[in-house]
Structures are given as C-alpha cells and as structure tokens.
Design a protein around this ligand. Sequence first.
Ligand code: DGL
Length: 274
Amino acid sequence: MNFIDRERPIGIFDSGIGGLTVVKRLAATLPNENLIYFGDTARVPYGSKSNSTVIEYALQDAKFLTTKNVKAIVVACNTASSVAISVLKDKYEIPIIGMIEPGTEFALKTTRNKKIGIIGTRTTTDNKAYSKALKKADKNINVFEKACPLFVPLAEEGWTKHKATYKIAEEYLAELREQNIDTLILGCTHYPILAEVIQEVIGKNVKLIDSGIAAAELVRTEIERIGLLNNSNSLGNREFYVTDIPKKFKEIAELFLSSPVKEVRKVELEDILR
Ligand code: DGL
C-alpha cells in the first residue's frame, strides 16, 4: 500500500438525492477524503421495486463506482442496504458499508424506553431489515414500522417545509405518535431532508436517528482498519454522477451540502448496464 492508495476515493451510491445526506455526514467526519457520488436518478425510486430489481440495480451502481477505483463503497440507500448488502459484500473485497447496521446501533444507544419507530420505503419496511437487526441485538425492544413512500418524491422536489409535506407527515406519523416511542429511525436516506417537518409532527421528545451520522463513523473505522485513511491536509474532492438530468440535482445538492457543486456529470444508463 502506498500514499496513492490512501487517496483513492470513497464511493457512495443511492437511487437519487437521498444519499447526499450521507455525503454531508461523511464530508464532516472525513473532510480530507475524496468522495465520488452516484445517484441513479433515472431509476428512482428503488423503494417500490422488488428485491431482485433492487439487487440488480445495486450491483450495477457498485460496479460503476469500482471503475473509479474506490477504496470503499457506502450504500447510502436503506432500500439497497436492506436487500443487497450481503450480495455486495460477497462480491467485493473492499469495505461495503450499509445503513442498517450503523443506524441500528445508534438507535439502541439512544432509546431509553426501548420503543423505537422506523420509517422507510415500502421495500425496506416489508423486508423488516431494521426490526430484525434491532430484535437480534435486544429481544426486549418494541418496534413500530411504517412505510412513508411519498416522502421520497417530496424530498426529490425539495419540498422541505411545504404545507403538503406537513399534511402527508401528519397522516403517516399519526399511528406512531400513539405508540410512545422515544426514538425514530429515519430509515431512508431521503428523510433527513425532511427532518424539520418530521420532528415537528412526531414531537420534540422523540429523537430522530439519521443513520448517515453513524455510517460516517463506521466508514472511518473500516478504512482505518485496512490502512487507507487519507491523512492529507487538503480538503477532499467531491465528484457527482447521475443517470438523469443533473440540473435539479445540482440545486438540491448545493442546498443540502451548503457548498457549491462544480459539476454534476450524467452517466448513460447503457454504459453502466454493460
Ligand atoms: N434513499 C433511499 C433509501 O434510503 C430510497 C429512496 C427510493 O429510491 O425509494 O431507501
């Protein structure tokens, strides 16, 4: 291993803009690392698709990132993490970091009354990825799961505080509000974009879990373990690739990363399918 190896980028993928919430956490935790983001905006949402389709897409997304010589891959999508993580880990030797494991640990450390709510896409909640992981760690945990599929298009649209977002959140979170949960896992990387609305509607006593925070720490641990932590003093590069119109993506990326995004490149789907 040499200096150049340490400078290899970390690859991050999601179905769309949601994974930017993870990029934000990674950039704060590991500012010197070079990051390459891939958003499969042509095929978003993943959360309403079958497990086999999501696995196929996740393999293609990861393959694209490996062509960029990444030293680790962050599956910044709970849907893909819930169905494809073991397939990806079997296929690649570099560290593959999903959202479920760090999010679960973070929630277990946070809860006091052991009542945890989970919101996510339909594929994530149908697969019960978080419930299984939480129960495996502590069988006395009570979980309450709810699919909130409309949150993804609202986040993609940038409707972070729109009245329609409040209305939909009221509808989705009503049942969870009755369960006396003290912790709510944002089990979709798009949801931290709507965190203000979600917090207001669920109540300020409920702690929101953004898996990206814990995932960023896990990325650090993993790349340190393989001796590839980038210890350069300069700020890392950020590159962004999407599979459909980059314009809206750029606007939203700048909003959420609170920094200018120089360029968003479009990748042709047929190139990643090859
Ligand atoms: N951001 C993704 C997740 O964390 C999925 C959104 C979607 O494509 O449905 O599940």
